[in-house]
Unconditional design. Structure first.
Length: 300
């Protein structure tokens, strides 16, 4: 009997141990944010959080519904951000981070992630292409104010975080990549790390913007030139594939890479830009390279 009870106890403990080793998720629905559609959060706490007293750096990620659980995702595929974080931590290069997944607000995603200063500066063909996609006013400035203000204040008050700039990162893909670069440049005092993955530099339908639109390329170049400043310990990762939507990004990214170099940022130390041959614009492609992204961007 004693042996049977011990066996049953071990069987019951195994799932709990597996969950503890995998971290823990928290869900927050119907989150009010001034000037924005209703928001939603999925938060991942790393293994050991509940039993320890240490404080953690924090990674904020856009499109939170596509990060962890395929059943909650748009396309039944995810970044597997929790697993990528565990892999990066196990490599010894990265401290465990709390991940704050901020869901996109459905049809309002585009106007929430489109950098407001870029939209306001466009004209002609790019502006017409953006206007064709917007269903309401652009609210990315309000979104950024909420991310860097009330949301961050709540996270830092509610969890054991290290709230400083160098322990606060932001990351996203596609329009979320644009929004991550926007936050990094506009709130340099808040975000010391940014991951701009497969950033959608055309900022609208590439077929309507036109291939390698010179006006838009010049606009992005001027935008970075005016805001980059010196690295001062900050770090940014940029990348793209070569298939589907990512096939349109190279001319934009090359110009932006040149701007980083001209501004005195050292490649490999302060910034990185990678091209993944054959990679498409989708979550499985991002999941495959996310451990590498974390390993470089969030390294100790």
């Amino acid at each position: 009997m004693g042996g049977l009870l011990a066996l049953l106890g071990a069987m019951l403990a195994a799932p709990a141990l597996a969950r503890e080793q995998a971290g823990r998720f928290l869900e927050y629905e119907h989150v009010a944010a001034a000037g924005l559609p209703e928001q939603r959060l999925t938060i991942w706490l790393p293994p050991g959080y509940d039993k320890g007293k240490q404080r953690y750096p924090v990674l904020y990620m856009h499109d939170g519904h596509n990060l962890f659980d395929p059943a909650k995702s748009n396309f039944n595929k995810v970044w597997a951000a929790d697993k990528a974080m565990l892999a990066a931590v196990n490599s010894g290069k990265v401290e465990p981070h709390i991940i704050i997944g901020v869901w996109a607000p459905g049809r309002d995603r585009y106007r929430q992630y489109l950098p407001q200063t870029i939209y306001q500066a466009t004209s002609g063909t790019p502006r017409a292409a953006m206007d064709a996609m917007i269903e309401g006013p652009v609210v990315s400035d309000a979104y950024l104010a909420w991310l860097a203000g009330p949301l961050k204040q709540w996270v830092d008050a509610s969890f054991r975080t290290r709230p400083g700039r160098d322990d606060t990162a932001i990351m996203g893909s596609s329009m979320g990549g644009l929004m991550s670069c926007y936050a990094f440049l506009e709130r340099a005092e808040t975000y010391g790390r940014a991951g701009c993955v497969s950033s959608h530099w055309p900022a609208a339908d590439p077929a309507k913007v036109g291939p390698a639109n010179p006006e838009l390329i010049a606009l992005w170049d001027g935008w970075f030139a005016a805001r980059l400043g010196q690295p001062n310990g900050r770090r940014v990762w940029m990348d793209h594939g070569t298939a589907t939507l990512d096939a349109f990004y190279a001319p934009y990214q090359q110009k932006i890479d040149a701007r980083f170099a001209a501004s005195g940022w050292q490649r490999g130390r302060d910034w990185e830009s990678k091209v993944y041959e054959g990679a498409e614009h989708e979550e499985n492609a991002w999941a495959r390279r996310l451990p590498e992204v974390f390993g470089w961007l969030l390294r100790n």
